[in-house]
Design a protein around this ligand. Structure first.
Ligand code: CAA
Length: 257
């Protein structure tokens, strides 16, 4: 299939999706989301891929939902099309995803970064939920994931003022886990992706599921789920291999089984 709005690359066990609408700073139009979802489906099915990196250009990760596409819409259009629902596919993606964010991650751009598991930022990154300035509010998790990630006061400050924050501020409030000079960002993301990909894929999927449950359920329920998944790893050849390799003082050879 011909992809017009994203670029898809694969290196070893790592897939890279680059958002590619430079003229509109990677504004997230319907077609881009459709292509992204097709790529996600195929990566999820591809056993040779363990980790995904989602990235943009140096100037923009994504400047939000496409305002020119939204401009003429009425409530009834959004209701009929279940607008934004297709965006949620990324948050249901089961393999680990790293967002490598340079430049603007605004509105929907900040929201899709937050749907990823880890955010690495370039020192020129800018995060924000400026929807309030357009007379609307975030719609892809900006009011929900941001509050969970950075706490109520900072989330309210950003959502109610539309204020954009720097990479340093984003690191300070825990929105991103690391900042790098812009020219190093891609390599640093690939390095981390390779490290993650050297582990067993089914165990990565279980670990991701366990952490994500903590956002949905009580501590007791989350612990129960964690223990169930921990026990389930004992049905895998890779768990046996991991412990055996440790005891034999060698590197584990995981088979994703
Ligand atoms: N949608 C559509 N087009 C966009 C866009 C967007 N979100 N963001 C930027 N563009 C377009 C501009 O219209 C411009 O196009 P033209 O060259 O054809 O005029 C081009 O990208 C370059 O943008 P600027 O000239 O504005 O570039 P800048 O460097 O001066 O400013 C910016 C950059 C601060 C990011 C500014 O473009 C901006 O404020 N963009 C909008 C950000 C925003 O409000 N995002 C939230 C969208 S709503 C949303 O996301 C809802 C949701 O929760 C899902």
């Amino acid at each position: 299939m011909k992809l017009e709005n994203i670029i898809f690359k694969k290196k070893n066990k790592v897939a890279i999706i680059e958002l590619n609408r430079p003229k509109s700073l990677n504004a997230l139009c319907d077609e881009l989301i459709r292509e992204l979802n097709i790529a996600l489906e195929s990566i999820e099915k591809d056993d040779s891929i363990s980790v995904l990196i989602l990235t943009g250009s140096e100037k923009a990760f994504a400047a939000g939902a496409d305002i020119s596409e939204m401009n003429d819409k009425e409530f009834i259009d959004l209701l009929k099309d279940d607008f934004i629902h297709p965006w949620e596919r990324l948050s249901k993606f089961r393999k680990p995803v790293i967002a490598a964010v340079s430049g603007y991650a605004l509105g929907g751009g900040c929201e899709i970064a937050m749907m990823c598991d880890i955010i690495y930022a370039a020192d020129n990154a800018k995060f924000g939920q400026p929807e309030i300035k357009l007379g609307t509010i975030p719609a892809a998790g900006g009011t929900q994931r941001l509050a969970r990630n950075v706490g109520k006061s900072k989330a309210m400050e950003m959502v109610l003022s539309g204020q954009v924050i720097s990479a340093n501020d984003a690191k300070e409030i825990g929105l991103v886990s690391n900042i790098f000079p812009v020219e190093q960002l891609q390599n640093k993301a690939i390095e981390l992706a390779n490290t993650i990909a050297s582990n067993s894929l089914p165990v990565l999927i279980m670990a991701k599921e366990a952490v994500n449950r903590s956002y949905e359920v009580s501590l007791e329920e989350g612990m129960k789920n964690e223990r169930g998944l921990f026990k389930a790893t004992f049905s895998l050849k890779d768990r046996k291999e991991g412990m055996k390799a440790f005891l034999e003082k060698r590197k584990a050879k995981f088979e994703n089984k």
